[in-house]
Design a protein around this ligand. Structure first.
Ligand code: MG
Length: 298
């Protein structure tokens, strides 16, 4: 259940996308659906009433009866959901650090080109051990695209959920079991709202926008841009055909996250990609040097 929009993760499944020559797709459907059926009352009551929508009636105590829930209850619920998520995320971050794995959480609205960017990145960096966790509400389509590059991938289908959370990330990592030193990309569900709130234990969030979207995205979705460590502006090959102001977008992004860097690129033509790879390698070097400093012999 999402603390903000009330979306559910009923039926969320972690699916290992196996190599093409295998005859079946291994499903680890035990993950979220089982937890959901334990019926945690904490979440059921908070969001349904909060939405003030048609769902309210489902929990009414009589025909046409509205139940008023004070706003404080919603805030408490949200804090509880996020605190539990943060605790799980902290454990994941620790486990990733122990294995020298840099995890980057890619977020965007649907259609910004995250999967295309990943495909290109995986193909351009054959010498780097990379694994991917793919998040979508339904289908294995993106997982299959990543699999075609020959890299390990796990697909998480969130069902009604609009974001990945730390519990899903934990299950996906168990299924993926990346080698030490792996560079791990997580492609979140296409959504600029809820993924901003949910820490997956990643090293950094990278938000992708494309020039076919509005220049004002950073102002409209400030939480996402404030939570990100980098903004990738994709599809710059289309700049001559669209009304997108790169300078303004940079200004807006910096107004919600002072100092944040924007990298214009095209996953299709390859323009700007070296700067993206440099940024990734710099993050990796930083993580490795921090881990070295923290190691007992340092
Ligand atoms: Mg995708």
């Amino acid at each position: 259940m999402c603390a903000t929009c009330g979306c559910g993760d009923d039926g969320a499944a972690v699916i290992t996308v196996v190599p093409q020559h295998d005859s079946h797709t291994e499903q680890h459907a035990h993950s979220h659906s089982e937890h959901q059926h334990t019926h945690d009352h904490d979440h059921d009551h908070g969001h349904q009433h909060d939405n003030e929508g048609p769902h309210d009636h489902q929990h009414g105590h009589g025909p046409g009866e509205h139940v008023h829930v004070p706003p404080t209850e919603t805030i408490t619920l949200e804090q509880k959901v996020l605190a539990k998520n943060d605790e799980l995320a902290q454990g994941i971050r620790q486990r990733l650090a122990e294995r020298s794995i840099l995890a980057l959480n890619l977020t965007s609205s649907p259609g910004s080109g995250k999967t295309t960017l990943l495909e290109r990145t995986l193909r351009d960096l054959p010498e780097v051990p990379i694994a991917v966790i793919e998040g979508d509400q339904e289908t294995l389509l993106d997982g299959e695209r990543i699999r075609a590059t020959g890299r390990p991938v796990v697909q998480v289908n969130t069902g009604a959920g609009c974001h990945l959370d730390a519990a899903m990330m934990g299950h996906a990592l168990e299924a993926l079991d990346p080698d030490p030193g792996t560079l791990l990309f997580v492609e979140n569900v296409g959504n600029l709202v809820c993924p901003a709130l949910f820490d997956l234990g990643e090293h950094a969030k990278v938000v992708v926008i494309s020039v076919t979207e509005g220049t004002d995205k950073p102002l409209k979705y400030p939480h996402m841009f404030a939570a990100a460590a980098l903004v990738l502006v994709n599809k710059i090959d289309l700049l001559p055909y669209v009304d997108f102001d790169l300078g303004k977008c940079c200004e807006y992004a910096n107004s919600v996250n002072p100092g944040i860097e924007l990298l214009p690129l095209s996953a299709t033509t390859g323009a700007g990609l070296p700067a993206w790879y440099d940024w990734v390698f710099a993050q990796r070097s930083k993580l490795f040097s921090v881990l070295e400093d923290e190691s007992p012999g340092a």
